[in-house]
Ligand binder design. Structure first.
Ligand code: SF4
Ligand code: SF4
Length: 166
């Protein structure tokens, strides 16, 4: 037979639970009009990935493979290449010549983002990536790389610009 303490504990749990229910009943109803209006996503929403650049426009990825090692779905494919004086793509010794993410397999766990030592890979807010053609779900570096910041002139771009001017 339940003692008085257990009865009071159970009763207070019911009151607490009902309090949450009543509070929610009094809150205004929120209706999302997606797709007629843009979806409202939280700041930390994990959408399709973005590959970031630094303030000079250089790619932040230094092809260290830590994201690929951390990925539980094995869906990141990277080919590394060396930066040279003639061709400098990132601030490190190497850059990702090829960087693919297979969204057929990605579970948006964010482990790759956490593993990256240079904050090169982040989650954007893109989520409309559904497709009937699975081959379109392999995103390449060119699909994920952010634009060069306004006013920035990465060395490799500057060299190309000079060459084409002559
Ligand atoms: S979010 Fe998770 S599953 Fe997707 S690429 Fe990153 S580590 Fe892999
Ligand atoms: S995205 Fe980050 S963790 Fe992945 S290879 Fe590039 S620098 Fe390394």
């Amino acid at each position: 037979m339940a003692n008085l303490g257990e009865v009071i504990g159970a009763a207070s749990a019911v009151v607490k639970g009902m309090g949450v229910t009543l509070k929610e009943m009094m809150s205004p109803t929120v209706t999302e009009n997606y797709p007629d209006e843009p979806a409202k996503l939280q700041e930390r929403y994990r959408g399709a990935h973005e590959l970031q650049r630094d303030e000079n426009g250089m790619e932040k990825c230094v092809a260290c493979f830590l994201c690929a090692a951390a990925c539980p779905s094995n869906c990141i494919y990277i080919e590394a290449a060396e930066n040279t004086d003639q061709l400098r793509i990132s601030g490190g010794e190497r850059y990702a010549k090829v960087y693919n993410i297979d969204y057929n397999r990605c579970i948006f766990c964010g482990y790759c983002v956490e593993a990256c030592p240079t904050d090169a890979i982040t989650h954007g807010h893109g989520f409309e990536i559904a497709s009937y053609n699975t081959s379109t779900l392999i995103y390449r570096k060119e699909d994920m790389l952010v634009k060069i910041p306004e006013g920035a002139k990465p060395p490799v771009i500057a060299e190309h610009a000079e060459a084409s001017a002559h």
